[in-house]
Design a protein around this ligand. Sequence first.
Ligand SMILES: Nc1ncnc2c1ncn2[C@@H]1O[C@H](COP(=O)(O)OP(=O)(O)OP(=O)(O)O)[C@@H](O)[C@H]1O
Ligand SMILES: [Mg+2]
Length: 395
Amino acid sequence: MTDRAVSPPTVDEVRQLLRSVIDPELGDNIVDLGMVDSVSIEAGVVTIGVKLTIKGCPLRAQIKNDIESRLETHPGVGKVKIVWGEMNAEERSEVMTKARWNARENAGDTAVPNSARVLAIASGKGGVGKSSVTANLAVALASHGHVVGVLDADIWGFSIPRMLGMSDRLEARRVDGVEKPRIVPNERTVGSGLLKVVSTGMLVEDEGTALMWRGLMLTKAVEQFLNDVHWGDLDYLLIDMPPGTGDVQMGLARMLPRTDLIIVTTPAVSAQKVAIRAADMARRSFLRVAGVIENMSHFTCEHGTIYPLFGEGGGTTLANEIGAELLGQVPIENAVASGSDIGEPVALSGSSAAAEVFRDIAKKIVAATVPVTEMAGCSARLLESVEIALGKKPR
Ligand SMILES: Nc1ncnc2c1ncn2[C@@H]1O[C@H](COP(=O)(O)OP(=O)(O)OP(=O)(O)O)[C@@H](O)[C@H]1O
Ligand SMILES: [Mg+2]
């Protein structure tokens, strides 16, 4: 063996080797993500300081293995020591910005204008009121004078056309001299604002025909709604998510990484159950959370007595669990359901408590006073809840 072969690596060489260690959650190498805090080399022992987004990061073991196996490819490395640290809030936010930036770089362009704030209305569970929230926030935002796009990503379970009273077939035409025809969203004027809506419900004959879409690749359909729609000017784009946290969320994270999630829950949904799904979502994407909405919070009878029909505390617990803000609690009201049935969401002109809450949430969104929450940073915390929920058994 020559001297050169056994001489220890330089700090630069170590950093170069570490560039092949990828944080799978953040999708970039640990050096460029700023996770490698220090490198020192002494008598063949390489000591690396690694800062994790959170100390109990579930990926720690994998990162450790990857660092060791990469460094051991250098003949001058005798031993590898890793000193774990934790990022502070500012560093965490910086690393997430970088990860999002990378995702954006790889995402390619969509037809959604950069100026639009993109909010996806999601939940860990079906039937909690995502579509009702989407429809009501859309009209409330539009009545502030905004142009609000609504993308119904519930490809085969769409309810947006009915809830917004917009069922005309979508047309495709050549716009702005562009060769390829584009889907033109259906429009509805609301006060001084405008809704621009696309849904597979506007492509098929009736709600029943939607079943035929079952074989369709979900993400492909959403991709088409992002890329092939002539959105034009938009202030907001609301995306009504299908139940669950699977392919569509992942597709969105990839195609439109600036999407922030609004998570809808009911007071009854056990925090752990939601945490399981939210943790899953957090692990696999790095969308931020703009807030939590508790729907079906309580029912007030004609005598003014309040009944927490579906339990209490779900919204607050979930918001605390993921470190996000509770944007509002929407009561159970017949007006919410009947407004959706006739295409006149209650927030349009209703004077009920639910209408007020929807309008209040829209005001908060417009004022942009609510801080967004990084999900990846809290995935370890959420995973802890998962393990507790599952009796300490990892999934
Ligand atoms: N606050 C409320 N008060 C009364 N009824 C409500 C309220 N919110 C939603 N509903 C009703 O509950 C049902 C489910 O709501 P919605 O369709 O909005 O849920 P979802 O989460 O979009 O469901 P899915 O997961 O199937 O897409 C609808 O019939 C709706 O009208
Ligand atoms: Mg729905």
